[in-house]
Design a protein around this ligand. Structure first.
Ligand SMILES: Nc1nc2c(ncn2[C@@H]2O[C@H](COP(=O)(O)OP(=O)(O)OP(=O)(O)O)[C@@H](O)[C@H]2O)c(=O)[nH]1
Ligand SMILES: [Mg+2]
Length: 282
């Protein structure tokens, strides 16, 4: 099997920046992709976030299997002891729920400050998550109504700003990117399927093959039915031929086909799917 590769230099840099950001916040919003709640999580998150209180969002829940999302929410709540909310970035219904949770999670810290004789202040929060899970979209929706930036604070790199979302919550405008460090290739491929890993790190055709295998395990017949295959084996060549994705000499254009399969999944054309099937993990 082809392997997905990462670049250690990038990881070290991302990690350093994330650590600096973590130091100055009270609460962290961890964004996961609802289609892969396990594979988009970071195994050592508690340590990475220095045990800061955490709100977990299963974002892109509009693209995930609803029943699976409910099971994952309950499981993550039970095992992490953190509040968990399913979100859709361009839907504003959950904004107040998110902000209330942040204020609640940050309250012990603010109370502690007041006990020390300091003035109460807004809870400082930041958004973290793997690439492409929807961090920026979530920041944008939280600050939609507020354009006022509250200025830089010591210890933050200059391009970062605090935004007063409401009297109780200050949000860091730059998300923290969680380094993709897993050696676990199964997880890596699932991250590739949801576009969390750049295509220069893997072979698209190999990824599409793995995708078909994953789909056959979790949603048997879905790929076969979607691409209207009959008795032929479900593979890239047969899908190309069926769809008439051809290159010279009437040969299957497997490269184009592989790309199209992944795009169909990413755009939700194959349906609302969860590729980390809860029952396979528990
Ligand atoms: N369907 C759907 N698409 C979403 C959702 N959230 C974000 N997206 C899309 O996913 C893509 C990535 O969203 P971003 O907010 O840029 O994600 P990010 O985590 O900031 O990505 P990086 O900055 O690259 O790490 C964009 O095309 C968004 O429109 C969601 O809840 N549902
Ligand atoms: Mg972003």
């Amino acid at each position: 099997m082809d392997y997905i590769h990462w670049y250690p230099g990038h990881i070290a840099k991302a990690e350093k920046k994330l650590k600096e950001q973590i130091n100055i916040v009270d609460v962290v919003i961890e964004v996961l992709d609802a289609r892969i709640p396990f594979s988009s999580s970071y195994p050592d998150i508690v340590k990475l976030l220095k045990e800061k209180p955490r709100l977990i969002l299963l974002n892109k829940s509009d693209l995930a299997d609803k029943e699976q999302t409910q099971k994952w929410i309950k499981h993550i709540k039970d095992t992490s002891n953190c509040p968990v909310i399913a979100t859709i970035a361009n839907d504003n219904k959950d904004v107040s729920k998110i902000l209330n949770k942040i204020a609640e999670l940050g309250l012990p810290k603010i109370t502690e400050l007041v006990k020390k004789g300091l003035l109460p202040r807004a809870v400082r929060v930041m958004v973290v998550g793997m690439p492409n899970v929807g961090k920026s979209s979530i920041i944008n929706k939280l600050i939609r109504k507020t354009k006022a930036k509250t200025g830089a604070k010591a210890g933050v790199t200059r391009e970062q700003q605090w935004i007063r979302v409401n009297p109780k919550v200050d949000l860091l405008d730059t998300p923290g990117i969680i380094p993709l460090k897993q050696e676990d290739q199964k997880k890596a491929y699932k991250l590739a399927f949801v576009d969390s890993i750049g295509e220069n790190a893997y072979d698209v055709q190999a990824a599409a093959e793995v995708f078909i295998n994953v789909m056959n395990e979790i949603y048997p017949d879905l790929i076969k039915n979607y691409y209207k295959l009959e008795d032929e084996e479900v593979n890239i060549t047969n899908i190309s031929l069926k769809r008439n994705w051809l290159i010279q000499g009437a040969m299957a254009d497997t490269k184009r086909c592989a790309q199209n399969i992944l795009t169909d999944f990413r755009l939700g054309r194959l349906g609302k799917l969860t590729l980390d099937k809860y029952e396979q993990f528990i």
